[in-house]
Design a protein around this ligand. Structure first.
Ligand SMILES: NC(=[NH2+])NCCC[C@H](N)C(=O)O
Ligand SMILES: [Mn+2]
Length: 307
């Protein structure tokens, strides 16, 4: 039997569902981890507060106070890992997408001089701020937090004092780990007007689902890596709602007309093969919404050979 050498053998779990519309995504990391087999080595488990314990005093960014506590822990854990294991890679399985800016902050802290590129595989652009969010859900905001953007010129919300104070803290914790010049999207198809404007203004490249079907996952991933050629480290965020809604019932914000499993597997394996890809994060599995274990099992299969 051929023993495959998996790139992301060391795993961090982040159990958080404070950033999405409902509870359950905090159970995703364990559900997926339990399918990975004994080769996956756990480096840390970070548990965020439970929704029922949050007072939600930040109406334009729900539960942001508790999410900030979580971001701090993630950033510490990730930076410690990379300081100790300079040439290694880390896999993260997180709950909702709100904590991704914490992972990026950790990578940045460990390598302050690195120019970090980001490949964001998602149905959504997740580039809102509390000033532009339609829902107040923080899982729609991690990119704005990571780059330190408010988008005040295109605001639709005025934000209260506490939301303001916590958002300032989120941006501080996120440490401007990268810039919008070093971002590529794959699979996005459900964006608000404000997000469209930000993407156009910054000329952020995105590969649509139809371009992935036309060109193939390998070619798209290769092109994304090429676009980020000048970056020294790359972070990949894989939101499972990038996949077609039919394939992933166990996620909080499913969107139709998404990626197929084969091309997604090609994208992930091509990205993972790049030495520059240091962090691969998988998010938004919600076992409470799943049909049996259909979603988690599919994601585990997509990650086979990588995680
Ligand atoms: N990571 C996610 N699933 N994000 C969904 C965001 C949906 C919508 N754009 C919002 O901000 O509420
Ligand atoms: Mn997302």
């Amino acid at each position: 039997m051929k023993i495959m050498k998996k790139k992301f053998k060391k795993m961090l779990l982040v159990e958080c569902d404070l950033g999405g519309p409902e509870a359950g995504a905090a159970l995703g990391p364990n559900a997926l981890y339990s399918l990975l087999g004994e080769n996956a080595e756990l480096v840390d488990v970070i548990r965020c507060a439970e929704i029922s314990d949050c007072h939600n005093t930040t109406p334009q960014a729900h539960n942001l106070k508790e999410i900030n506590d979580c971001l701090y822990q993630i950033s510490q854990s990730v930076s410690e890992f990379f300081k100790k294991n300079q040439n290694e890679s880390l896999g993260i399985i997180a709950g909702d997408h709100s904590t991704a800016c914490g992972s990026l902050a950790g990578l940045k802290t460990a390598n302050p001089d690195a120019r970090i590129g980001v490949i964001w595989i998602d149905a959504h652009a997740d580039i809102h701020s509390p000033y532009t969010t339609p829902s107040g859900n923080v899982h729609g905001m991690p990119i704005a937090a990571a780059v330190g953007a408010d988008h005040k010129k295109i605001a639709i919300n005025s934000i209260d004092q506490e939301t303001h104070a916590e958002w300032e803290k989120t941006k501080r914790l996120s440490q401007s780990s990268f810039t919008l010049n070093d971002l590529v999207y794959i699979g996005i198809r459900d964006l608000e007007q404000q997000e469209q404007e930000v993407l156009e203004q910054h000329n952020i490249p995105h590969y649509s689902v139809s371009s992935v079907s036309r060109l193939g996952g390998t070619e798209v991933a290769t092109a994304a890596l090429k676009y980020l050629e000048h970056c020294s480290s790359i972070y990949v965020s894989f939101d499972i709602d990038s996949l077609d809604a039919e394939l992933v019932p166990g996620t909080g914000t499913p969107v139709t007309d998404g990626l197929d499993a084969f091309n997604t597997m090609k994208i992930i394996s091509t990205l993972a093969a790049s030495d520059k890809v240091k962090l691969l994060e998988v998010v938004e599995i919600n076992p409470l919404l799943d049909q049996g274990n259909k979603t988690t099992e599919l994601v585990a299969r997509i990650l086979e050979g990588v995680f």
